[in-house]
Design a protein around this ligand. Sequence first.
Ligand code: HAM
Length: 421
Amino acid sequence: MDSIKGIKGVKDILPEETPRWRLIEDTARRWALCYGYQEIRIPLFELTALFARSIGSATDIVEKEMYTFPDRDGTSLTLRPEGTAGTVRAFIEHNRAADPLPQKYFYIGPMFRHERPQAGRLRQFHQFGVESFGTSDPRADIEVIALLWRLLSDLALPDLTLEINSLGSSEDRAAYKPLLRSFLLQQESRFCENCRRRMDTNPLRVLDCKVPDCRAATESAPRLMDHLSPEARVHFDQVLSGLCALDVPYQLNPRLVRGLDYYCLTSFEITSSHLGAQNAVGAGGRYDGLVETLGGPSVPAVGFAVGLERISLMLQKTSTALRDECLYYVAAFGEAGVKCGLVLLDELRKAGLSAQCDYRSSSLKSHLRQADRSKCRFAILLGDDEVARGTVILRNLESKAQEALPLSGLASLLRARTFSA
Ligand code: HAM
């Protein structure tokens, strides 16, 4: 019978990889807490309307990438393609705006997008994201960008570039779009089919099309950055000077428009030349109108998300030595040894020491072979003779040095040694 395979673009994270994943997640959590963000856990699926209304019905995500299905009563549900919409929904639903602002949240978990799988692009992928509610001050933008930069730098990811742009206010964009559209229409034939379609529905997205001909055609397009209202300009300048003050290097990218419709003012992306085509490690921006769009009060907000698969791909190159280590291998053999070994294993584990044993082995020789394979640091040898003497032999599996230790009170002795080392 054929075995059942996993789904295309949906990957297992195997035990060799989980130490690296935990390092990434622990580092992300540590930095988030350090900046005063609190963890929120939002559902994996929501009403489809939530994503259509927030991400935008003319975006790639909503048009063609969502996993949408009818519930048993026909209600349309969708697996979350990102975390901002759900966090905003929870913020509104639990009336969090009635509590003191600002409020700052972070999340880690799987997201789902039906994209064409390739290196760094999956259908089930994981994001760490932060959302800061209640401050329109540019220092909130600076804070989230600095948090993202510090986190990625702490993980020592290579060749990072922070690209930044301002998308202005919704009025700025409304005034700019006709200018851009008429520029694009003048040379419509130079664009790919996708861009031609977008000229009507979402002309800003034409600016970040990756097709070389389209890029060439937009080289001299009017820039939104040059059409910002005075307030948006001041906000952007303050963000840039704050980044300078914190020594966070950036590059202006007037083409950066983002694939989700909720953004305004600051938008940013961190890329790495080590990632190939899918070079965005993380991205985000301000979304002052979204809480209101989803039926809440007017609350400004800013945030970002990073892709954990992409970080993991980059970490593979910088640190491959991570693995989960087990400390003790209990080599119990002989009738009395096996009996005692069962209890000793339990005592070690209760004392917080990692310990294992291969129950199939019955001789010292086969135990030692398994102990070497297990990559434990020490083996505890316990046969009938040791039980009779009330001792064990502790063997360092690397240096092969051995010492006799009393069996009684062994777990607390080893615990004291391990945690005082
Ligand atoms: P996004 O740019 O769509 O933004 O995704 C953020 C990051 O998630 C990307 O830079 C990338 O690293 C990762 N990512 C996206 N799609 C995939 C995929 N198919 N496979 C692997 N990784 C992927 C957002 O999701 C916004 N919610 C970010 C945000 C939070 N803005 C404000 N707050």
